[in-house]
Each structure stands twice: as C-alpha cells, then as structure tokens.
Design a protein around this ligand. Sequence first.
Ligand code: ZN
Ligand code: ZN
Length: 247
Amino acid sequence: MKVTFLGCGDGFSVLQGHNSAILAFNGTNLAIDFPESNHYALHQMNMTLNQIEHIFITHLHEDHMNGLQKLALFHRVYPGRTKPKLIVPIGLKEDLWQCLRHGLELTTRGKLTFEDYFDIECVDSEFIVEGVKFELVRTLHVPDMLSYGLVCKPFFYFSGDTRFDESYIRRIADEVQTIYYECHMQDDQLPSHTSLAELLTLPETIQEKLVLMHYVDDYLEPNLREPFHAKMKVRLAEPVWRNRVSQ
Ligand SMILES: [Zn+2]
Ligand SMILES: [Zn+2]
C-alpha cells in the first residue's frame, strides 16, 4: 500500500494543501478526506479528479470536505472508470448532503440526488475496499461532533482531527507500522487539537512510528524543518505540494 499526502496543512494552510492522503492498493485508490486543495495536488501527480475511486470522509469541517462538490461535478462531466464511492460514517450522510446540495441538486438536466453523484456507503465500525479492511476510530475532536480516524492493520493508524488520545495510541501502536497523527505545532494549545508537547510524552518506541500531519505551513521552511528532523524521532508528513513549491 502506497500512502501519499495530497496535503498535510492545517485548516488555514496556504502553501501545502489541507490534510488529505491518497492510498493506492490492489488496483484502486482511497482518498482520506477531500479538501479542494486536492485538485492541485492530484494535478502534480498527473492524476485527474475522475480517477478517484473511493473517498472516506472523517468529519465535516470544511478543510476536510470542501473539494467534494467539484469532484462530484467533474465525474458527471468526465465520467471515470467507476462512479466515485463515498464512504461516510453513519450519522454524517444527511449533514454532508446539506453541505453539498446547494451546488449539486439543481442542474440543466433536472434535479439530482446525492446518489446520482456518488455510490454511497454508510459505515459504522469498519469497511472493506478490494479486500483491505479499514476500521473507524471515534476521535476526540470537538465535543458531540461526529469525527473519525482510520486504522488499517498492519499498515497504519490515521488519527483524523483529534485531541491527544494517549490510551488509544498506546493500544494500537504495536499493531501498525506507522501512526499518522495530527499536530498543532504552534505554542498556543488548541482545545480541539493535539500539541507537539503531548506527542513528545509518548515513549520513544512510539515516537519513531509517528508521522505528523495537519501542521502549520511554517514547518515547510528548511530553517524550521531541518532542525526539527535533526533533533526529533517523529517525522513530518511530506505533502505533494511541497515538492512543487520547492522546485
Ligand atoms: Zn482539520
Ligand atoms: Zn476538524
């Protein structure tokens, strides 16, 4: 399984795209979240929006789903190999359609539904794509908001947006090779996100598996990034965008 970060910026990122990864495996692909910035990142990979075959949405903050309307319209105009499959945690489907429908429902060919654009699968605790199992993990992001991460053993745990969930990290660490974890790198601690200081309380054996994502653009700069990598066991995810920006 190949994991590529289409973006690993936080909600206010300008230079690296918002947080999203695309997984390539068994002849298909799965995007975790779909911000609008993915369009440019896919272009960097010589891919088009109609090549996205599966999308999992972790939660409804706009930096995680504001590219879905464009993707839906692109697939209608330029159909891909398959209708895109949208995998949505139970409880989010109607709210997601309310976010999207204002631009999708009325068309020159009549009124369309959510299902006209996507093959939708509502999932509870797990789902399977081309024989690979993904397990949902409820996150600690915003109280009462439905939000999820994903585990795909033995490959990875992808935290989604969350506060520091130490007990879950410790429970899953032995079962996966890599832990992609969100990290608010600035000094001001946010109540809905995880700080670097919290992640650095984990044992070194776990820190060695940590790849940080959803971080501030400042850490694209070599004067911050290189010293960080020189002294830390944790790594920063590499966005496709950054490769382009640094050329
Ligand atoms: Zn976010
Ligand atoms: Zn969020």
